[in-house]
Design a binder for this molecule. Structure first.
Ligand SMILES: [Zn+2]
Length: 153
């Protein structure tokens, strides 16, 4: 550890939040929120996402930004992959194009589901990931991703 180039404050961050402020039923704002006012509060600011919906959005933004550590921190330990490492600069890395939230279903105080569609490109080909994700809230009050069912529709 020598130079100061690895300081989080010097990371390049977009002005507009990658998640676009996605909300259920297409009720996303026309103009994307500012990153520092949206997912940046959780990814860089260390605040806990108040619900599984905000957590879902911030995890999408973390994929866009290559924040593997944040993804790890917000993944239930039982299901978090051991080899999770995201490098958005890698040639075969997906280029994320946008997030849509289809459904946000709080089930009880500690369980929730979020159904979403994330669009991305790999090697010039467009794909969409349609998933219903399960989230749990731990004893520490933090929401975490558990797993999800991918739909091919
Ligand atoms: Zn956001």
């Amino acid at each position: 550890m020598t130079a100061s180039s690895a300081k989080p404050s010097l990371k390049s961050r977009p002005a507009d939040c990658p998640c676009g402020g996605a909300a259920p039923n297409g009720r996303a704002p026309g103009k994307p929120p500012r990153f520092i006012d949206c997912c940046g509060r959780y990814i860089d600011g260390g605040a806990a996402a108040p619900s599984a919906l905000e957590l879902m959005r911030s995890r999408y933004s973390a994929y866009v930004l290559g924040e593997s550590q944040y993804l790890r921190n917000t993944w239930a330990p039982q299901t978090c992959p051991a080899d999770l490492d995201i490098d958005p600069a890698a040639p075969d890395a997906p280029r994320w194009l946008g997030l849509q939230i289809k459904r946000f279903a709080p089930l009880d105080a500690t369980h929730a589901e979020v159904e979403f569609v994330a669009r991305y490109k790999v090697g010039g080909r467009a794909h969409r990931l349609h998933e219903s994700s399960r989230f749990v809230r731990g004893d520490d009050g933090c929401w975490r991703y558990v797993d999800g069912d991918v739909s091919d529709r």
